[in-house]
Design a protein around this ligand. Structure first.
Ligand code: AMP
Ligand code: ZN
Ligand code: FE
Ligand code: FE
Length: 277
């Protein structure tokens, strides 16, 4: 049985492996396919695709878009779209610009507390990356203010903490439309991350179905077999394809392994075949 991973980040967003290194790890881990799903960028797809051809690993073009739905940040995965589609570029530029403004505000808040940091420094350090809170988290660690990325989020960067600055998000339905117009399929990412109760989750799923989302990420790092079954049943109710992935970030989330997540994850190749139909 061939296994795959349909959710992974690289240095092009907030992962620690380059796109080529990620594909090499997929090969070493015995995965038949890996999707590169960086936050709000397609910058790693060409490099990953070229490495995949070399190593015989199928690389699925992907993206994870941070969208807004009813004042909540919802992550939408896009797959199998054309990265060069004309609809995609302006949308990504809008997000990068919004992030730029936010990164400058976050850096200014930190400087006001005497932390020597600028957004420009982050762009120099992480060229071509989608710079965001995880990169500032590393800086806070280096300044001795946090013991890990997670700790930096808990103390300073999570909503409600002193350096948190809100981002603007593309409306969920607009992101679905853009990815569909670019020839892709869309999937609701990690449905439990939003901490919705059953009623509100169903409200979101109704909405997803209405706007044409194709699938739901039912298999995910840390989800129990019971949780996966619950999501698979929901996917059946709503007519969604089932997908899965680890949300691998390399050293930024060392407890999550590519392909197997926190240990129990296994995503069969057949799910990718369904997605391609
Ligand atoms: P940003 O897109 O800049 O708002 O950063 C969001 C990213 O930070 C998420 O996609 C996660 O990868 C990471 N993140 C969010 N919350 C935490 C947390 N509590 N601990 C570690 N990483 C987090
Ligand atoms: Zn991330
Ligand atoms: Fe996510
Ligand atoms: Fe992710």
């Amino acid at each position: 049985m061939k296994s795959i991973d349909l959710h992974a980040h690289t240095t092009k967003s907030d992962g620690t492996l380059t796109p080529a290194e990620l594909v090499r790890l997929a090969e070493e881990s015995g995965l038949a396919a890996v999707a590169v799903t960086d936050h709000d960028t397609v910058g790693g797809l060409a490099e990953a695709g070229a490495e995949g051809k070399k190593l015989g690993v199928e690389v699925v073009p992907g993206i994870e878009v941070s969208t807004g739905w009813q004042h909540t940040e919802i992550h939408l995965l896009g797959y199998l779209f054309d990265p060069a589609a004309p609809e995609l570029t302006p949308a990504i530029e809008w997000v990068i610009n919004d992030r730029r403004e936010r990164n400058e505000k976050m850096a200014a808040l930190m400087r006001a507390d005497g932390i020597p940091v600028t957004a420009e420094e982050m762009y120099r350090r992480y060229p071509e990356s989608t710079v965001g809170r995880p990169h500032f988290a590393v800086k806070l660690m280096e300044c001795g203010l946090a013991s890990s990325v997670k700790d930096a989020f808990a103390r300073y960067l999570a909503p409600g903490q002193k350096y948190y600055v809100r981002r603007n998000h593309i409306p969920f339905d607009r992101a679905v439309e853009i990815l569909r117009d670019s020839g892709g399929k869309t999937v609701l990412a990690h449905p439990f991350q939003y901490r919705f109760d059953d009623g509100r989750l169903r409200e979101l799923l109704d909405y997803c179905r209405n706007v044409g989302v194709a699938g739901m990420e039912c298999l995910y790092s840390g989800y129990t077999p019971e949780q996966e079954k619950y999501l698979e049943a929901l996917a059946g109710d709503y007519g969604f394809l089932v997908t899965g992935g680890s949300d691998f970030h390399g050293g930024h989330k060392p407890e999550i392994k590519l392909g197997t997540g926190t240990g129990g994850l296994r995503v069969p190749y057949e799910l990718l075949e369904e997605l391609k139909k």
